[in-house]
Ligand binder design. Structure first.
Ligand code: IPM
Ligand code: MG
Length: 359
């Protein structure tokens, strides 16, 4: 039992697609942790993305941002809808909600741990002997870069400004170095400094910050090479520090190391309320069919407990429950392989319940 009993306000933002199905289980796990360890979690809900556009016209209603700021942590599902993906001219888009809340809450650091459960070594398209032992923590910058630079469009040209300020690179570099210090003491900063001016600034600032962490071994790597090394020898990485766009792409790639996008959780942090979400998207193709893997949402809750509330024992118990569920052979479709006992391939609900049982 942890000494301190906590009383925390959690805002759940299910969003679109499979968001509601998976956050249901993240929330259920939080409730059970509350009962077991004597913490009180109170829940509120808010709209974002396509769901919010339909209801209010805005992907991020003011009310959602206000509730977010007033909460102690946010559990988020996903945003997106196929309708907008095939309509490049749409001015109002679900993703603007997510980008808006990242900016609005100052969530500049996105932590994406690539955690490997041994039982899932065969679920990956990569060879088990290449994967075994991999443990990477990505620090993706989240409120700068080409995502937030000025966008321009005329009939025949379009541009997105890729821009970084020194302070933006410095503050996430510090967070990444602090984390590296507590882990394998190796940090790989990924950029494209052979071509991009923003990357040259990035590298300059990281080199400066590196001097304050002589105990951490620093490596600088170009993003194209990093993309290749990740699948060639993922074990070589410990902490990876990178910009917004590169981090978006590399973490989807790295999710295959963990077997499936359905396994990866992420924490977005800054100076205020933390935001916890699976890295997978809204997956409309399987929404409402009880097929989505709830484990990334449940792992997001473990990150929340650890990072926002310092409840590492509780977080560990969640990871242990997932481990037991997988050891017992239960899988959702995305992490099943040829050897999986068909009777143990579960839907979202049954998988969520199994984790609760083991918890
Ligand atoms: C992610 C997603 C988002 C991003 C989209 C939905 C805007 O892909 O969180 O990785 O690009 O950051
Ligand atoms: Mg992404």
């Amino acid at each position: 039992m942890t000494q301190q009993q906590m009383n925390k306000k959690i805002l759940v933002i299910p969003g679109d697609g499979i968001g509601a199905e998976v956050t249901t289980w993240g929330k259920a796990v939080l409730e059970q942790i509350g009962k077991t360890y004597g913490h009180t979690f109170t829940f509120d809900e808010a709209l974002m993305g396509h769901a919010a556009i339909e209801a209010t016209g805005s992907p991020l209603p003011d009310e959602t941002l206000e509730k977010a700021k007033a909460s102690d942590a946010i559990l988020f599902g996903a945003v997106g809808h196929a309708k907008y993906d095939n309509d490049p001219s749409a001015k109002v888009r679900p993703e603007q909600g997510l980008l808006g809340i990242r900016k609005g809450l100052g969530l500049y650091a996105n932590l994406r741990p690539i955690m490997l459960f041994d039982e899932l070594l065969n679920a990956s398209s990569l060879k088990p002997e290449i994967l075994k032992g991999t443990d990477i923590l990505f620090f993706r910058e989240l409120t700068g870069d080409v995502y937030f630079g000025e966008k321009k469009r005329s009939a025949d040209t379009a541009s997105d400004l890729m821009i970084y300020h020194r302070y933006e690179v410095e503050r996430i570099a510090i967070k990444a170095y602090e984390a590296a210090r507590l882990r394998g003491k190796r940090l790989c900063s990924v950029d494209k400094a052979n071509v991009l001016e923003t990357s040259r600034l990035w590298r300059e600032v990281v080199q400066e910050v590196a001097k304050r962490y002589p105990d951490v071994e620093t490596e600088h790597m170009f993003v194209d090479n990093a993309a290749m090394q990740l699948v060639k020898n993922p074990k070589k990485f410990d902490v990876v520090l990178t910009a917004n766009l590169f981090g978006d792409i590399l973490t989807d790639e790295a999710s295959q190391i963990a077997g499936s996008m359905g396994m990866l959780a992420s924490a977005s942090i800054g100076d205020g309320t933390g935001f916890f979400e699976p890295i997978h998207g809204s997956a409309h193709d399987i929404a409402g069919q009880d097929k989505a893997n709830p484990l990334a949402s449940i792992l997001s809750v473990a990150l929340m407990l650890e990072i926002s509330f310092g409840l590492s024992e509780e977080a560990k118990s969640i990871k242990a429950a997932i481990d037991k569920t997988l050891k017992a052979g239960y899988r959702t479709g995305d992490i099943a392989d040829a050897d999986t006992d068909k009777s143990k391939i579960l839907g979202t609900t049954a998988m969520g319940k199994k984790v609760l049982e083991y918890l």
